[in-house]
Design a protein around this ligand. Sequence first.
Ligand code: F0G
Length: 424
Amino acid sequence: MDCGQQYPIDRIIYVCESCGGLLDVCHDFEAVPVSRETFDARLGSWEKPYTSGVWRYKELVYPGIPDEKIISRPEGNTPLYHVPALAGWAGVQTLYLKHEGENPTGSFKDRGMTGGLTQANILGVRRVACASTGNTSASLAAYAALGGFEGIVFFQNKQVALGKLAQAVAYGATCIQVNADFDRNMELVREAADRLGIYVLNSINPFRLEGQKTIIFETLQQLRWQVPDWIVCPGGNLGNSSAFGKALRELYDLGLIARLPRLAIIQAEGANPLYKSFRRGLNGLEPVHAETIATAIKIGSPVNYAKAVRALRWTDGVVEQVSDQEIMDAKALIDRRGIGCEPASACSLAGTAKLVRQGIIRPHETVVGILTGHILKDPEATIHYHSRQLDGIEAHYPNALLSAEPSIEAISHLLQAPRGEPSS
Ligand code: F0G
């Protein structure tokens, strides 16, 4: 992406050999005509691979690939929730939440994994690996099992949400707990790849990002190709933000959308290297030591920094940070609507509200917030919030678990007491 050097698509390579920069998958779109009508006609299709909300946009993801090579659950086709009550709380007229936690393994990673595992299939490799805060490993483990690959996952030593750990173990991946944080694990997996010939499926792999572009394609299709003013998403390793920038740019260049929305990337205060860089004018990355209750985004040295900067420049984007308190309160509100998400996802709502308060998002604007992970991924965070067991975090929207003796009097007494209403 920096120096323009090109490599054939079947080379196993993660960064440019001449400048060390990140790699982009480049398509020759002139050779493959695309139109909104083609994608609209595939909605509801029973034909593989078009049952997938990734491969419906095959021409924009991996044109020309033989269908039998594609490894797909299928994934995508996630709901776009219209949430007027949460819009009111955040202070905007129109808010949608695109729930990527409603993918097969409960996170947006499935869209990337179908891209990455399909490329692994084409390359003929058999061992695939990632470092992970949890969701990537759950997704890799599931897709590796589906395609008959050996999946290998490197977990940080602590703070992996239980749901994610359970998935990777259950799907049969080789799971290694390494006594280090995510950032060190990321370095290790890259070293192991070179030394042991294992194919890396973190978001440094550009084929992953091609799959994740479809979050944007599908959102726009669900909005009948009407462009919202803002897309708001959490930022960790910055793969999603990078994919969103590329997706929007391609749609715009191909004439499939009339203008570009602005991208807002939201980081946790305790894991905010992009936010800090943004405040300094995006003049480079200074890694931080990461700590946050949103363990999915507990990342201090994001590998996709340069691509996220590019996405911000293309979309006149902004970066904001939110506290763990704001994250958990926003999560409680999303949960209380019956939708639910894991903590990191709630950055989208908390960040929207903060940007509205600052006058950056204006009240009449239309916002799409991306929810990245399912509520069941991290049940401990949810239960501890509602039972007021989180250090330094107050439950502003609690739903205390009640208990009663097994008598109708005790139950009647409980149910006669007035219950608090959700305040949004
Ligand atoms: N939300 C959730 C639920 C995630 O799992 C992640 C990343 C993000 C947001 C941030 O996305 O990295 O593209 O900026 N999880 C990775 C993992 C790092 O290993 O599962 P990003």
